[in-house]
Design a protein around this ligand. Structure first.
Ligand SMILES: *Cc1c(COP(=O)(O)O)cnc(C)c1O
Length: 222
């Protein structure tokens, strides 16, 4: 199956659900991104800021770039001129740094709070308490150039459906709690980014609004 076939098949699976497709393009050369673009994809996910910044000028301007990997604060300025959404917000410090650079470019950058939902300790993300500490702070309320639009999580690498459903359900629960407590008057807080090549169908069933799919489109990254 071609890249276009894979994208069209997944888009068809998502039709009628709340979920939209973020095509994860990390490690793939620009020609493959162009193929995905020609097939209609407009949201691209990269996990390294340098790689994303190198590819961005080579693609049409209407691509929405989503950073899905960890962003060190000293790399925020690399992506601030163009990034649409940083899905991996894991600290107030990062929010403040993005805000500063977004302001310099007269932009607003969207952010998703990344939560730790997997069993693996190595996977990153906030606890609910840590997220609430950020949201309750004065420093957060002063930010004008970053806008939180939802939550993101990476589930455990497993085929255990009950485990996956539990983790996706947990992330949806965090989203609902935060929405009620901090974003009740903000319809823009609406994204639950969960689901990858191996588990996106379950994530969609659990309420995902953004699935991040790479290898099911491009083949394995080798
Ligand atoms: C690489 C990556 C994906 C896509 O993974 P696939 O299994 O190739 O679909 C999704 N989310 C994050 C955070 C990633 O790093």
């Amino acid at each position: 199956m071609s890249i276009a076939d894979n994208i069209h098949r997944i888009e068809q699976e998502l039709a009628g659900t709340a979920a939209r497709l973020v095509v994860v393009t990390k490690t793939h050369p620009v020609e493959k991104l162009e193929e995905a673009y020609a097939a209609g994809a407009r949201m691209f996910g990269e996990n390294r800021p340098q790689e994303m910044a190198a590819k961005q000028p080579q693609l049409p301007a209407d691509v929405e770039w989503h950073l899905i990997g960890q962003l060190q604060t000293n790399k925020a300025k690399l992506v601030a001129p163009f990034v649409h959404t940083v899905q991996s917000i894991d600290s107030l410090k990062l929010l403040r740094e993005l805000d500063k650079h977004a302001a310099a470019h007269h932009r607003v950058i969207n952010g998703l709070l990344q939560f730790h939902i997997a069993r693996e300790e190595t996977k990153s993300g906030l606890t609910l308490a840590e997220a609430e500490e950020i949201l309750a702070s004065d420093a957060y309320r002063q930010l004008q150039h970053v806008r939180l639009t939802g939550v993101m999580g990476v589930a455990t690498f497993t085929h255990d459906e009950a485990q996956l459903r539990q983790e996706f359900g947990q992330l949806r629960g965090y989203f609902q709690q935060l929405k009620t407590a901090y974003f009740a008057d903000q319809p823009g807080f609406r994204e639950i980014s969960m689901g990858m090549s191996g588990d996106y169908a379950l994530a969609v069933a659990e309420g995902s609004t953004l699935v991040r799919v790479g290898s099911a489109i491009f083949g394995s990254r080798g």
